[in-house]
Design a protein around this ligand. Structure first.
Ligand SMILES: [Cu+2]
Length: 493
């Protein structure tokens, strides 16, 4: 278990794994007032085994803070600031996104059905923005549709929204400016029921799915691109995503929210789940059927629930192969490849439209029909070609990465199809220590070499391992771990 030492070192060095914006998490805020006097619940076994009315548990959004609120009479007042954000999506890759309150996705808002809420939105962007409340049944002039329900919020401007919420489910807020959506501007807005749905869950997680097109030599997403090379869960790509930690036997809900250009089939290993909710709220139990992959379309949310009855470290990931990669482009480059033919140089070559030469000529060759965008620029003109001699371990100079040799057979270069365009999975990509944190404690050494893009774990742990991780997390965060927070008490107004 060398990982603990590495973790502490990273933590002390301010590795930024917990760098969580300028907002406090829910338990530091007014939310805690509602919990005073409630005993910390000793949770053994599943909440669903109880009977009678059960309060809800707050959601946990790994790597994303909760938005605190201020109470003003019977109104919960939130303050959202639209602004540029610097975000480290994997160690060493800091990108310039746009988000809210220092985070992209923005902080998670949690309210209870019946709440009156006021949300002050300040625009600190260099251009106008809008704030749309996706799926909310609220007055039209509160809808945040730019041009129709209100004027856009000017740079430096403010708009104050106020409404009463009589819905329950997994909702979200987002900029209604299309290009801003592709810069990160979305956040979860969870409307809890007054008492928990049955069967009640012990853990309730939120994952926001996003995607960005960020060329290797720049930090700003290209919001016009149609292809994406950075795929994130809660603003992090694997292996920097934070695993969801559950006790063996608990009932778990995972709320998935998607805002991007692609639909994501999210797959869980080792369990069957049921879809219990959509972006429109709770689904009746008669519609629940077993599955292990749920397609989360653009602008949709899906709630899945399961009993974590199978101990282990189970992958949870988008199943689109390209969404399990990082920095995806057909440029692995001269580091590991011999010079080869250029990739697609423009739209015509990218779409396979020939204007001159033959399909197999040096000028066209494998560049034909390879698509546009990230992988197609002539400056990064490398695609399928044999690996350089000795390139099995050419990367020792990359700091922090473990970089052991990939497993490649001696005659690999004679096998059609080898090497693949993007040969970037395996031990040479491992960086366990760089992404060390309590939630990763005890994972199999080298695990990080196989986690990229929209990938994380659901770790179903026996009580002692669970407690060990929670204690470590508590110590390092200096507060009660979210997962052991008491159930929410609701004000009935
Ligand atoms: Cu996907």
């Amino acid at each position: 278990m060398s990982s603990r030492r590495g973790f502490l070192r990273n933590f002390l060095a301010g590795a930024g794994i917990f760098a969580s914006a300028r907002v406090l998490s829910a338990q530091d805020t007014d939310m805690s007032q509602g919990m005073q006097g409630m005993p910390m619940q000793e949770k053994k076994g599943s909440a669903s085994s109880g009977h009678g009315r059960v309060a809800t548990v707050p959601v946990q959004t790994a790597d994303v803070p909760d938005l605190p609120f201020r109470r003003d009479g019977n109104v919960k007042e939130f303050h959202l600031i639209a602004e540029p954000v610097k975000q480290e999506i994997v160690p060493g890759r800091v990108v310039d996104l746009w988000g809210y309150n220092g985070s992209a996705p923005g902080p998670t808002i949690q309210v209870t059905k019946g709440d009156r809420v006021r949300i002050i939105v300040d625009n600190h962007l260099p251009e106008a923005t809008s704030m749309h409340w996706h799926g909310f049944e609220i007055p039209s002039d509160m809808d945040g549709a730019p041009g129709s329900s209100q004027d856009p919020i000017a740079p430096g401007g403010r708009f104050v929204y106020e409404f009463t919420l009589n819905q329950e489910g997994t909702y979200f807020y987002h900029s209604h400016m299309a290009m801003q959506e592709m810069m990160g501007m979305i956040g979860a807005f969870i409307m809890h029921p007054k008492e928990a749905h049955k069967p009640a869950v012990d853990k309730d997680f939120v994952i926001v799915l996003q995607e960005y097109a960020i060329l290797p030599n720049i930090n700003v997403p290209n919001s016009m691109n149609m292809e994406f090379n950075w795929l994130t869960f809660n603003g992090k790509s694997g292996p920097a995503t934070t695993p969801l930690i559950v006790r063996h036997g608990e009932r778990v809900r995972i709320r998935l929210i998607n805002l991007g250009m692609d639909h994501h089939p999210i797959h869980l290993h080792g369990h069957q789940f049921v879809v219990t909710g959509t972006e429109g709220g709770r689904q009746p139990e008669s519609t629940w059927g077993p599955g292990n992959t749920v397609l989360v379309g653009v602008a949709q949310s899906r709630d899945v629930e399961f009993v974590a009855n199978n101990p282990g470290d189970w992958m949870l990931h988008c199943h689109l192969p390209h969404h399990m990669m990082n920095q995806m482009s057909s440029n692995v480059g001269p580091m590991s490849r011999r010079m080869a033919m250029p990739a697609g140089e423009g739209m015509e070559q990218g779409m396979g439209m020939l204007r001159g030469g033959s399909a197999t000529s040096r000028e066209n060759g494998p560049s034909l029909g390879r698509g546009m965008g990230v992988g197609s620029t002539a400056e990064q003109a490398i695609s399928n070609s044999p690996l350089k001699a000795g390139s099995a371990a050419p990367h020792q100079e990359m700091p922090g990465m473990q970089m052991s040799a990939p497993q490649v057979s001696k005659d690999a270069n004679s096998v059609p199809g080898f090497p693949q365009d993007a040969f970037m999975e395996g031990p040479m990509m491992a960086m366990d220590e760089m992404v060390d944190k309590p939630e990763n404690l005890g994972l199999r050494p080298g695990w990080s070499g196989f986690m990229a893009g929209m990938m994380t774990f659901v770790r179903v742990l026996p009580p002692d391992k669970y407690d060990e991780i929670m204690k470590l997390r508590e110590k390092l965060q200096g507060k009660k771990p979210m997962s052991d927070m008491p159930r929410m008490e609701h004000q009935h107004e």
